[in-house]
Design a protein around this ligand. Sequence first.
Ligand code: KG4
Ligand code: ZN
Length: 336
Amino acid sequence: MIILGIETSCDETAAAVVKDGDILSDIVRSQVNLFEEYGGVVPEISSRRHLELIHPIVKLSLKRAGITLGNIDGIAATKKPGLIGSLLVGYSYAKALSYGLRKPLVGIDHLHAHIYSAEIGKKFQFPLLGLVVSGGHTAAFLVNDLDFKVVARTRDDAAGEAFDKVAKKLGLGYPGGPVIEKLADGGNSEAFNFSQARFKDGSLDFSYSGLKSQAVRISERENFNDEKLRDFLASFQKAIVTQLLNRLDALVKIYKPEAVSITGGVSQNQHLRISAEDYARKAGLKLYLPEKKYCGDNAAMIAYLGEKMLGAGYKDDLFSTPFPRTMASKGEKQFK
Ligand code: KG4
Ligand code: ZN
């Protein structure tokens, strides 16, 4: 099957074409430069930019794949979670295409697609425990084929959000994760102490607002020279990674998966990747990490999962609408 994938949930406008699991094209137009001065995404600006970009990006993805609209067997578009104005642009565009071409549409959960980004070019073993670590979400799923069960999610900030907010506070730019990783290189990660959140109810949910507040307090107290800043950022980065891997380990002990995956924008972080490989080797678990180009938001992962879902009979009609949150969203009340 040839599937066109569309992704506009946050600040990347992306389109991709997948054929039988192979990525034929993968176009991502990031809007990050629009948001540097704000230190974060401004939803209204983002959705207006998606409107301008969606059509040329889709056309370019078809051209790069060497196909025309007539060759497409189906369309997959991000349906949730995300910024509602941004989601509406991509999803409405996809519905219009589906109607005009008389081809099936499937709405995709962005977090499920992040998980499957780690399968591109590989084959998952199940059950899989999938961590999604991004700027908007930090959640763990127990995955069996196309069945996704949320087993933990952040109660407050996402891991990427903690990177972004601390970088903003220090005036280091946006997005914060890559800047902090670069500036932390070679720093002493034992130099500063961070205490990790624990929940009285024994929950394995994530929590990053405490680490973020500790980082802000330290930065207000200290007078950083270059070396001290490097040590501080290395310690902060380590604290974020430590929580991720400690929670992963505790979840592995409960759910006993065959394999684990770590995906989402933060999975580009080299310290996280190396620590995860080390952990998985010691635990005797198969680890799936996405190629770096598939870690951040992209449409290849949307088309890739879309092909599987359409193949399994999932379809959305033209009355379906996108929505901003899921059970994996932070602080989600009805989460059990
Ligand atoms: O998945 P993504 O592109 O968008 C969301 O769905 O949120 O993730 C973006 C997040 C940002 O918070 C960014 O700071 C973080 O991923 N990020 C990183 C790195 N590269 C991107 N965090 C840590 N280290 C990195 N190298
Ligand atoms: Zn994402």
